[in-house]
Design a protein around this ligand. Structure first.
Ligand code: PR8
Length: 469
């Protein structure tokens, strides 16, 4: 197990995010602290989606014949489906699948819902659990068999341009979402052999974890008309013809939480972006025998004041050493700590410590401007976390000109390798095998003509590869 992997498992336990002792492999329990981080993360996501999507909720079970209808899709998932075969002691006539994703649950209903061009576009999403019998090594939040936080959006359009534009919109939406979490990413079009089963193409977001491996944290799929044909989803055009729709879908999972934890954490533990931290500000009174009540009263006043702005504040007045409290709140990733002692009250001062860099500052205390001061500090923390994470990602993308160079970089530094590729499947797969990595995909068109690092033929694409989770 790598050092990061160990750190990750330990912090999930120590910060009470997930309990991994549930007796089914790949299925875990969200603990209250983890559940809160998840809730605030989903609040950001819902706010973004609700601007032009409708939230819905479909059943968990999918009849076998519906799941089997779309041949390419079912082929992609056949090894991963859990089946319900019995109701009590009675064997079911028709097996029921636990959704691995909900295309085949939703699209038979879309067949009933979509009538006229004037109904379109339609944009739905749901946040549900899905089940995938993963055979690769499972890891909490990263590769699970019950994905507890599966956000899936599904859209329907009259023409291919509509679907194409929706892919771009979804990419923008995910950018805003990951920016709010201060999580950096690379965006690529996945190679043919790694696209979503049934999609025309797949665009993916990957982030880099501290051990130099990338984690796919979001995907956007252009489904074209494949599912529309399979599920006979048509609309009446203005002139009265019937046309098949165009569709997209895009998904996120528990990995969004894994990325927040993995990207920002450090040797002191979690480091949470203010917007998703269950406690954003902790107040620690510095108590001496004398003047104890006065300090506590003052701290309560500060707590009350900050709470009026619905800031998530906690006054830690437990009767234990302040140092122990600092250690604990740092481990839990609370973005800002305020320390107030008797001398500070006398001098109209307070000490603030930012979790992201553990820097300590003494500030003037003014009741009127307290909220503004704290909000500014939280905003700065978010920005600093974002800058630092982006810098680390950028510093770990290395351009190579030869396969040997790629090999060297991957072995010595890990991270993401940028190179030129002719675009042929055979060359791409060759590289994956030789280097024991995954091709993340095509980043952009190379401006100048270049040569494929594998076959030496003309290359029109810059591509990224990495060791992946
Ligand atoms: C779709 N259909 O399903 P996708 N554990 C954690 N995260 C996972 C796992 C797992 N076992 N498997 C996949 N993910 C489309 C889009 C509806 C919505 C993550 O797409 O199969 C992937 O990293 O690409 C991906 O980002 C997301 O779930 C969506 O899965």
């Amino acid at each position: 197990m790598s050092k990061f992997s160990e750190w990750f498992h330990e912090i999930l336990e120590e910060a009470e995010i997930i309990d991994t002792r549930y007796p089914i492999k790949g299925m875990h329990v969200w603990l209250p602290q983890g559940f809160k981080i998840r809730k605030y993360t989903l609040n950001i996501l819902r706010n973004l989606l609700d601007q032009d999507h409708e939230e819905v909720l479909f059943p968990l079970l999918i009849p076998e014949d519906e799941l089997a209808k779309e041949a390419i899709h079912v082929k992609g998932f056949e090894d991963e489906v859990y089946w319900v075969t019995h109701g009590g002691l009675t064997q079911l006539n028709k097996k029921l699948a636990l959704r691995p994703t909900s295309e085949t649950a939703m699209y038979p209903m879309f067949n009933l819902w979509v009538r006229s061009h004037s109904d379109l576009p339609l944009k739905f999403y749901q946040i549900v659990n899905t089940f995938r019998y993963e055979t690769k090594h499972t890891r909490p939040l990263i590769r699970v068999r019950e994905i507890t936080t599966f956000k899936e959006a599904h859209t329907i359009h009259t023409d291919s341009e509509g679907a194409e534009n929706q892919v771009k919109d979804a990419v923008e939406l995910y950018k805003s979402f990951f920016d709010a979490l201060a999580v950096p990413y690379v965006i690529t079009t996945r190679p043919e052999w790694d696209k979503f089963p049934g999609a025309d193409y797949t665009v993916a977001f990957d982030t880099l974890l501290p051990d130099g491996k990338t984690l796919q944290i979001g995907t956007v799929h252009n489904l074209g008309q494949t599912f529309a044909h399979t599920f006979d989803i048509t609309y009446e055009t203005e002139s009265g013809d019937h046309q098949y729709v165009y569709q997209t879908c895009y998904g996120l999972s528990d990995r969004i939480i894994a990325s927040v934890i993995g990207v920002h954490g450090d040797e002191s533990g979690l480091c949470l972006p203010p917007r998703v931290a269950p406690v954003q500000v902790v107040i620690v009174p510095i108590l001496f025998k004398e003047g104890k009540e006065e300090v506590l009263d003052f701290c309560r006043k500060v707590e009350k004041k900050l709470k009026t702005q619905s800031m998530r504040v906690y006054l830690d007045d437990r009767d234990i050493r302040a140092g122990k409290k600092f250690y604990e709140w740092e481990m839990r990733g609370v973005p800002l700590r305020i320390e107030i002692g008797p001398r500070d009250i006398k001098n109209n001062k307070m000490i603030v410590v930012s979790r992201n860099n553990l820097e300590k500052k003494t500030l003037d205390y003014h009741e009127e401007t307290l909220i503004l001061t704290i909000n500014t500090l939280l905003d700065n923390i978010n920005q600093e976390m974002k800058d630092k994470a982006w810098e680390r990602l950028k510093n770990n993308i290395r351009k190579v000109k030869t396969v040997e160079e790629a090999q060297e970089e991957i072995t010595e530094s890990g991270g993401i390798i940028q190179f030129s590729w002719c675009g042929k499947t055979s060359c791409g797969k060759d590289l994956e095998e030789t280097l024991r990595v995954d091709l993340l995909g095509i980043e952009s068109q190379v401006e100048e003509e270049d040569k494929c690092i594998n076959c030496g033929k003309a290359a029109k694409k810059t591509t990224l590869l990495a060791k992946t989770y």
